[in-house]
Ligand binder design. Structure first.
Ligand code: ATP
Length: 238
């Protein structure tokens, strides 16, 4: 569904992304991992068509996204690191806002808010409260919900569980698994190795902008080797 081929992005002399290639299919979760500043967010921003690569290819269903970003935009759910919600509005009104921003209106919007609130496990009484009264975990779940209203087939998640307690993190992981079951392809970036190991099907390790390892969880991990060790070994080999 999504394929990156030798994608590069430099900011002046900073080789933020310096040759990243991977592919992820329908119903698969790709774990994008690497140290702080490795180039994960820049990679995700290029997939989300927010910034243009300097070179390389990004393909969605084999079609070139760089020259035709609209191809992907209607099918993309982007969950950014920062919470993109209006604190003085209710959860419901925030979902209405994001639905309309994605050209969903009327009955269809109501129906989608209903469906999405089930996926993110949020009841009506909670949705009717103002965002300012939400816990960190609730805000993050609603942030995910806002990205799902238009039923995207590709979902990009940039550290969706950062700063949350274990229970809230598990709720978000349940949501991610629900999306996988629905057939979405998911690119998931984060720093919690244990949770990423649990949910991922594929792994891409980035170090100093370069993709240093890509493969399936089956081929890269074993009983004796978890994701954390894989990451350490891959970086040590550089
Ligand atoms: P983290 O895990 O801390 O979020 P990351 O892997 O997402 O890090 P990026 O945010 O992609 O890393 O940053 C990669 C490199 O590119 C860093 O050196 C960063 O300072 C640089 N960078 C990112 N965005 C810009 C920009 N707009 N202008 C200049 N440099 C940038």
């Amino acid at each position: 569904m999504l394929e990156l081929v030798d994608v590069k992005k430099y900011f002046k002399n900073n080789r933020a992304v310096d040759g990243v290639s991977f592919h992820v299919g329908k119903g698969e979760i790709l774990a994008l991992i690497g140290a702080n500043g490795a180039g994960k967010t820049t990679t995700l921003s290029m997939i989300a068509t927010l910034i243009k690569p300097d070179s390389g290819g990004i393909y969605f269903d084999r079609q070139d996204v760089i020259s035709n970003p609209e191809l992907l935009r209607n099918n993309l759910g982007y969950v950014p690191q920062e919470i993109a919600l209006y604190p003085t509005l209710s959860g419901y009104d925030n979902l209405c806002f994001w639905g309309k921003a994605n050209h969903i209106y009327g009955k269809r919007l109501k129906q989608r808010i209903d469906e999405v609130s089930k996926i993110i496990n949020m009841e009506e009484a909670v949705l009717n409260k103002k965002i300012s009264s939400y816990s960190g975990g609730m805000k993050r779940r609603l942030n995910i919900g806002a990205a799902l209203l238009h039923e995207p087939m590709l979902i990009i998640m940039d550290e969706p569980t950062v700063g949350l307690d274990v229970e809230s993190r598990n709720q978000i992981l349940d949501t991610v698994m629900e999306l996988k079951k629905c057939g979405a392809a998911i690119v998931y970036s984060g720093h919690y190795m244990e949770e990423m190991e649990k949910i991922c099907d594929k792994i891409c390790i980035i170090d100093k902008g370069k993709c240093i390892l890509f493969g399936s969880k089956k081929e890269l991990l074993s009983e004796n080797k978890g994701l954390e060790q894989l990451l350490l070994e891959a970086i040590r080999r550089q």
